[in-house]
Design a protein around this ligand. Structure first.
Ligand SMILES: Cc1cc2nc3c(=O)[nH]c(=O)nc-3n(C[C@H](O)[C@H](O)[C@H](O)COP(=O)(O)OP(=O)(O)OC[C@H]3O[C@@H](n4cnc5c(N)ncnc54)[C@H](O)[C@@H]3O)c2cc1C
Length: 468
């Protein structure tokens, strides 16, 4: 089968490219998507008359954000304010902590993070966020040590850094390049802007603008042969087991960096240029998962969440859940520390887990996770009178064969140059888009969208040149 351009992946970047082609009147392309749905790392699932976001959740910024602009045009921006405020904090022996004090330390930690930019030495290639945070931590301890045990201050600080870990999908901030982090551009406006109908509204809309039949689901691209004048893409239909070849002048790969890390040598024949392979190897691609916990009753309207602060040196072991599930001595359960109520559900809390703990947790059964969380909540918040957890729904982005992780970050030892290299075309035949190909907005939906749009322009220009 012949198409001029073959797009691999119907995530936001593939869809953005396809839409740009369509806007420009270019129709000779298809999208091959390995999974059975459109959206990739955007995956909204219906739940209890509303929805749950298994992947992306927020639009990070509202100014110059093309994804926000689409949401706005669809009247799909959620402008409701979540006014719930009651949070309970406890250390692992169940002792309740003063919320004003905890929240003041958290706020100061955020200020420390904002000020880190001033400490970054652009000439120090291997400086990590972790090192910079170590330098600044004593300021916080000195400010609060008369009011609170320094070990608890350290626990609060560590937890307040979780957002940084989540942003990089990595549990160790010593892995995150300070320079790389500093190059990420934060858009203006609300950084946690929600979609009224779920993020998939955006990807469904983009797909609806394309001609029928252009997106082919359940098509696993197994090989991209770019040796000859034409690129030959070999595809397995995961439903019928049939194999097909597609021939094109150009391929736009939008597969995740996780897939490239694992599969580039099987996918590309001949191999990709060495510089691209080295960049793929050097960059970081982390694991971040979400666990939604469904309870047997509603929370109070003002209830916002609970947080366990892990105080170093104060021992803690799981008891009945550990025995029931024969769990080893790993302290993976420490990842279940922060639970927030979902504003669009009265009886659902969610928590993130990240890095090696997330990897460990992905392999546990749902029932085991439910038991561990039940025990943690029971033992740590006897004073909070919470309903009982009855079910979990969760993501497993690392074992997902279409993603193999969550999103990318600039690891110590890599730099923004690696993301630029990843974005470069090879021989005007292989083009690359997706969140890992933008050093300004990696790890985001708007970043992925912009790369798809830009690469479509680049492909059209290259096709035009080849005709001259
Ligand atoms: C848990 C989580 C939370 C997030 N939260 C946010 C957030 O709140 N805000 C935000 O802005 N961003 C968030 N992100 C990041 C955001 O979702 C991604 O950056 C963005 O969706 C990536 O889009 P993409 O097009 O680059 O890649 P993908 O969405 O991964 O698209 C690539 C597509 O390629 C397909 N594919 C892979 N291999 C093959 C193959 N061999 N053959 C054919 N098709 C293939 C995949 O199935 C996939 O559909 C989050 C991501 C996750 C996972």
């Amino acid at each position: 089968m012949d198409q001029t351009v073959i797009i691999i992946g119907a995530g936001i970047s593939g869809l953005a490219a396809a839409n740009r082609f369509t806007q420009k009147g270019f129709k000779d392309f298809i999208i091959l998507e390995s999974s059975n749905y459109i959206g990739g790392r955007i995956n909204t699932i219906p739940f209890q008359n509303s929805f749950i976001e298994i992947g992306a959740q927020w639009m990070h910024g509202t100014v110059n954000n093309p994804v926000y602009d689409i949401a706005l045009s669809l009247n799909a921006v959620d402008t409701s304010a979540d006014t719930a405020q009651t949070r309970y904090y406890s250390i692992q022996d169940g002792t309740r902590q003063n919320e004003n004090l905890v929240e003041a330390i958290e706020k100061d930690t955020l200020k420390i993070i904002e000020n880190l930019k001033n400490l970054i030495d652009e000439n120090k290639f291997n400086q990590s966020l972790g090192e910079l945070l170590d330098q600044t931590y004593p300021i916080l301890e000195n400010k609060y040590k008369l009011n609170l045990d320094p070990l608890i201050i350290r626990g609060i600080f560590s937890q307040a850094l979780n957002n940084q870990r989540f942003e990089s999908a990595c549990d160790d901030l010593y892995d995150v390049s300070a320079n790389g982090w500093n190059n990420f551009e934060i858009l203006e406006g609300d950084l946690l802007c929600k979609n009224k109908y779920g993020y998939s509204k955006i990807t469904d809309y983009l797909a609806s603008k394309l001609a029928d039949g252009l997106i082919k689901l359940n098509q696993i691209v197994e090989k991209i042969d770019w040796l000859g004048d034409e690129v030959v893409v070999s595809v397995l239909d995961s439903l019928s087991g049939k194999r097909t070849n597609y021939n094109g002048k150009a391929v736009l790969s939008t597969v995740s960096l996780g897939i490239l890390k694992r599969n580039h040598s099987q996918l590309f024949k001949p191999s990709l240029p060495l510089s691209k392979i080295q960049s793929i190897d050097r960059l970081g691609f982390g694991i971040l998962n979400k666990i939604f916990i469904i309870f047997d009753g509603d929370f109070e309207p003002d209830f916002q969440g609970v947080q366990i602060i892990w105080k170093d040196t104060l021992g803690f072991e799981l008891q009945w859940s550990k025995t029931k599930w024969n769990l080893d001595n790993s302290d993976f359960f420490k990842a279940f520390d922060n639970y927030e109520k979902l504003p669009n559900h009265k009886n659902v809390l969610f928590c993130f887990n990240v890095g090696k703990n997330a990897d460990y947790i992905e392999k546990l059964e749902d029932e085991c996770i439910l038991d561990v969380i039940s025990e943690l909540l029971e033992r740590n918040f006897p004073f909070a009178d919470l309903p009982k957890p009855i079910k979990v729904i969760r993501s497993k982005w690392n074992s997902n064969p279409n993603t193999r992780g969550t999103y990318s970050y600039i690891k110590v030892g890599s730099s923004i140059e690696d993301m630029k290299t990843l974005a470069q075309n090879v021989d005007n035949k292989l083009f690359f888009a997706g969140e890992a190909t933008t050093f300004k907005y990696y790890g985001t939906v708007h970043g992925a969208y912009i790369t798809g749009y830009e690469r479509a322009e680049e492909i059209l220009a290259s096709l035009e040149n080849s005709l001259e």
